[in-house]
Design a protein around this ligand. Sequence first.
Ligand code: C2E
Ligand code: CA
Ligand code: CA
Ligand code: CA
Length: 281
Amino acid sequence: AKAAGRDRYALFDPAMYADILREADERAELERALAAEEFVVYYQPIVDLPTSRLIGVEALVRWEHPLRGLVGPNAFIPLAESTGLIVPLGRWVLRQACRQLAQWCADYPDTERIRMNVNLSARQFQHEGLVEEVGQILAETGVNPHQVVLEITESLLMQDTDSTIETLGRLKQLGVRLAIDDFGTGYSSLSYLKRFPVDILKIDRSFVDGIDTEHGDATLAEAVVQLGRALQLQTVAEGIETQEQWSTLQDLGCEFGQGYLFAKPGAAETIASILGGAKPS
Ligand code: C2E
Ligand code: CA
Ligand code: CA
Ligand code: CA
């Protein structure tokens, strides 16, 4: 695609060929990693802002590369999306996350209200079998669907709305909840938000970043919280790093949050120790 503008009739473009080879290599490497189960799911706590009590976690995938060590999703999710490998990878993450949730519920009786948030990419959404696969994973792991939150991006909601609404509706019928991720970065209008059966808005980190320094960010964050309230949606602020951001968000009426101030994403054991410690005596 890169070479298309240069000379559309060239039969061989060494630079493009190198790109294709590299992409094919990386694709093969991702496929190998998937088969070898080199991926691991980390979990980041989501808390109730007034009390900082754990109300859920977000599942975030990492790659335990045999040579490169722990690799973050930004380094491989885009390729997984462009190659379509996000479909099996995303299915694997959802299955892992639901198994983990079932395990925590078995180990810690107070965990029945804990939510498990899992990211769904646009590409997974376009995949025909998505709803059946989600239903299958819920059934096989035995988790309460109401504890599962699927995070979708705002940009996804803006494409192809008829089939999008249909798929969202079918997912809702399974009993899961839906969250709009990175909210505020797209161009949502009120009317279109009303049309989608979503439950939760996640305020993008970029607004939380400047909330105490840039007037515009605080105003936008406040607008999102109010929008959420008007539409009876819950609001979760992402990327809370300071005490000031925490208290400002509470003043704005935001219910939930996640960020390094509370906890970074960690291996399942780190969550288990919170759940163990949080058990009422
Ligand atoms: P996201 O869904 O917006 O996830 C939140 C990201 O913000 C995570 O990065 C998290 O570690 C980071 N974060 C949380 N709190 C803070 C904070 O206080 N400060 C800062 N600076 N960052 C914070 P991570 O884990 O690197 O994931 C990056 C993105 O990769 C995610 O953004 C999501 O879009 C994608 N991703 C991760 N796992 C999956 C997956 O299983 N499936 C799909 N489709 N995408 C995934
Ligand atoms: Ca997310
Ligand atoms: Ca996000
Ligand atoms: Ca993001």
